[in-house]
Design a protein around this ligand. Structure first.
Ligand SMILES: NC(=O)c1ccc[n+]([C@@H]2O[C@H](COP(=O)([O-])OP(=O)(O)OC[C@H]3O[C@@H](n4cnc5c(N)ncnc54)[C@H](OP(=O)(O)O)[C@@H]3O)[C@@H](O)[C@H]2O)c1
Length: 350
């Protein structure tokens, strides 16, 4: 038995999980911990093993008993794959409960939620901004978030586990993450290098031949660079290691990942401008998506309309950990043209 801290990370091949794992592998205390991941193919598992990462082959969605067993073996769990899959989170909590019952230690769960949680009851559809801004250090305000807001049912289950006392749970809530991941794992072809919201808007815009937006794009959403948000997970973990009693957890354990906000119109306008420069559209202005387009490009009208909803957040609590994000909304807008070029390249290869 080694005396090393056992870390289990879920979502190692994902955009967020791969970026967090890449930072863990470069952490100054790397020799003091062992990292295990769960990946879906033997081929990927072998590649992770070659990077000194223990890899179990399985799916967090389908192999719940295996997931539970892996979690039971870890003192720290980074949950970076899915903010909405209650079943897998319940398996994680069963594993943590069992570990606590057998070993008596208090494991740590760092779970990924998202600022989409702030979008409930708006019916904004890109037509109006809101003045309501959520601050992650305002615990009363955070407690008022509705139980049926996006991601919230999963977070509530984790709050309950924290309250029962068999785990200390912390939450990173990224906003719109942007930037092509340029991490060690991405270089090894082991990590999805692309985010979700902006790439989907770009792919939709490429397909329809002009930039799209929801309504008039009049709603605010925060943004954060992938390098900054992955650093937030590390800052949070470092703070917990340094001062286990001093870092807020459970219902006080939200840490927003944001460094500025955008109007959705400005994102779509930047897509239009870049498409124009690349000769891929003749229209310098974004146009509203129809309902049919929202269904086609985002899975449903409701999912599509999230790209025209307000999510206003301030990461005061995150910054109190010593987190100092570097990239700004201007960097996000500047990232759009390179993202378009990379996505076109990816489409050519597929
Ligand atoms: N990206 C953002 O801007 C953002 C912001 C806020 C919150 N979030 C939330 O954070 C979570 C992770 O986001 P992400 O951008 O990192 O996603 P991602 O790049 O798609 O990564 C998802 C991870 O889950 C695994 N996975 C997906 N479907 C699976 C399945 N059916 N069975 C087993 N494994 C599966 C993937 O493994 P494979 O490589 O094997 O597919 C990958 O490791 C999501 O819930 C997302 O909503 C994301």
């Amino acid at each position: 038995m080694s005396g090393k801290t056992k870390i289990f990370l879920i979502g190692a091949t994902g955009y967020i999980g791969g970026a967090v794992l890449s930072k863990l592998l470069q952490h100054p205390s790397r020799t003091t911990f062992e990292v295990t991941v769960m990946v879906r193919t033997h081929e990927k598992a072998q590649k992770f093993e070659s990077l000194d990462v223990r890899a179990i082959v399985g799916s967090y969605k389908e192999d719940r008993a295996l997931l539970e067993k892996c979690v039971e073996g870890a003192h720290v769990v980074f949950s970076c794959a899915d903010a909405d899959d209650l079943g897998s989170v319940q398996a994680v909590l069963r594993g943590l409960r069992r570990r606590h019952a057998i070993l008596g230690d208090l494991p740590i769960l760092i779970h990924t939620s998202g600022t989409g949680i702030l979008t409930k009851n708006q019916e904004t559809r890109g037509m109006r901004t809101t003045d309501v801004i959520y601050d992650d250090s305002n615990f009363e305000q955070i407690a008022s978030i509705e139980p049926d807001a996006p991601h919230r049912n999963v977070d509530l289950a984790i709050f309950q586990a924290d309250k029962e006392g068999y785990v200390k749970a912390y939450f990173v809530l990224p906003s719109t993450i942007y930037g092509i991941a340029q991490t060690a794992l991405a270089e090894h072809g082991l990590q999805n290098p692309h985010s979700q919201q902006i790439p989907r808007l770009i792919l939709a815009s490429l397909d329809r031949g002009e930039a799209g937006m929801v309504g008039k794009g009049q709603a605010f959403w925060p943004n954060v660079h992938i390098d900054d948000v992955s650093e937030l997970y590390i800052k949070l973990w470092d703070a917990i290691v340094r001062d286990p009693e001093g870092v807020d957890h459970g219902v006080r354990g939200y840490y927003f990942g944001e460094n500025g906000e955008h109007l959705w119109y400005d994102v779509s306008k930047a897509i239009a401008q870049a498409l124009l420069e690349l000769g891929l559209t003749t229209n310098p202005e974004p146009t509203p998506f129809t309902d049919l387009e929202l269904e086609k490009y985002f899975g449903s009208v409701a999912m599509g309309e999230l790209n025209g909803a307000n999510s206003r957040a301030r990461g005061t609590h995150s910054r109190a950990l010593g987190w100092e994000p570097r990239y700004t909304t201007q960097d996000m807008l500047a990232s759009i043209k390179p993202e378009i070029l990379a996505l076109i390249e990816q489409q050519k290869q597929n």
